[in-house]
Ligand binder design. Sequence first.
Ligand code: HEC
Length: 456
Amino acid sequence: MGKHPYRITLALCTALAAFSLAACGGSSSGVAAVSQTAGQSQAPAASDLSGIAAVGRPLSGAIYLSDASFPTQSLSAVINPDGSYSFGASDLATLKAPFLMKAVDNSGSAWYSLAPGAGTANVNPLTTLALAMATGSADLQGLSDSFGAHNAATLNVLSSTFPQALLRVGTALQPLLAVYGGSGRDPLAGFYALNRQGLDGFLDQVGITISQGQVTMTDKTSLATVFTAPLANLDAGRVTLSALSAPATFYLPGNAELTLALQGELPAGTLVRRASFTLQLPLGFTVDSGPSAVNTALPIGSAALSNVYPVPALSATDNQLSVSLSSLDGFGTGNFLTIRCLVSSAALLATGAQDFSSSVANFYSDIYKNVRLKGISIVPVSLVFPSHEGKALCASFCASCHNLSSSDTTTASLFGKGTKLTALAGTRHHGVVLSAIQAGYLTEYLDALSSGQVVY
Ligand code: HEC
């Protein structure tokens, strides 16, 4: 967002501030800037500030925001059980961006971040590290001091140096983040899902200590050091990739995939930000309870950037699955979730989407469950058995040229080649064009075969 032009105007605006406040807002936000003071990084949109406060697991505690006005104004909010927090547009209206953020968990540990304005600002160990670099703090006490004593000038300088610090963190940690599929992700404003993958997987596995001008990262399982660097020169950091525990592989659990839609009419301009419901599974259906249980409910469509938290729980007494999800951006009606179930081969062919039903369902237009939404319901749309569908696809489109023998090591055998199918999706391959969904089903089928399952 035009960081460089902004920094040049910042110097100019600071010099001119006494004479002409209104002239320095940037071209696109000139009108809004009249009511703001010079040097603000961006005119805040009339929207909320929200994000996820997490150290791998979500932080439970409170989040504090401190602004750039004089004297400093602050806000606080309780962090939701899923790590999400939000400050409303009306609360932010009288405050001056940028905002320093501090999340304090119930044990008293604090983590920091900086929000350039309204929008998304996550708080996690990586934003804390970047802020420590940007403020020149030697440790978390230094950050705590900055939080307690700052002014518009220091915040504005931070607001321009913080994004660069974040980039440097991403670059220095790239080899480690890559192992978890988290490289290239924006820890501040990017989507952060509590699914033990990507950034979340990395932060679940790696503990970060900032002390005496030094950052040390430790693998939580082996307790071995995986990264160490002086805060002032992260690029000179030492990465010990071999000491990092491999991520648990979260295969997609289950052999049946149910798609759920949200049906009804939402009040104009309203979106769902929080939903919790129970889903009655038909007799014989269950869900994975192992490490891949985090993939039992996968948000899709306009809800794709939602967090499902906690992991859906299946009641042993009535076979009802409890699902909760929250979305900072909100989502509307239409397909929004897939549920992965496990089912025996006998039940598999005799069941359809109509055999599922949702009983208790609550929807809210805010993440704190203050504003309840009525008139919408959850409808089961389709039930597919990916491996079963994959088997049919393989028989009709691939079997003329390929076999499934585990002893054939040539390209003629598709055994164990599930991972090669994503590359095939959407391309023409010897006269066959597969959609992404079909490629997904074929992958399921090939993976099921190579893991020794019998697919009906
Ligand atoms: C008309 C014949 C033909 C059909 C039909 C066909 N393939 Fe192939 N496929 C080949 C040939 C030949 C190769 C060898 C490499 C190449 O030419 O692309 C191959 C290679 C592959 C490879 C790479 C194998 C490896 O070991 O690297 C995959 C994966 C694959 N095919 C998947 C499929 C799937 C899935 C289908 C069905 C949707 C399919 N193919 C249908 C002819 C075919």
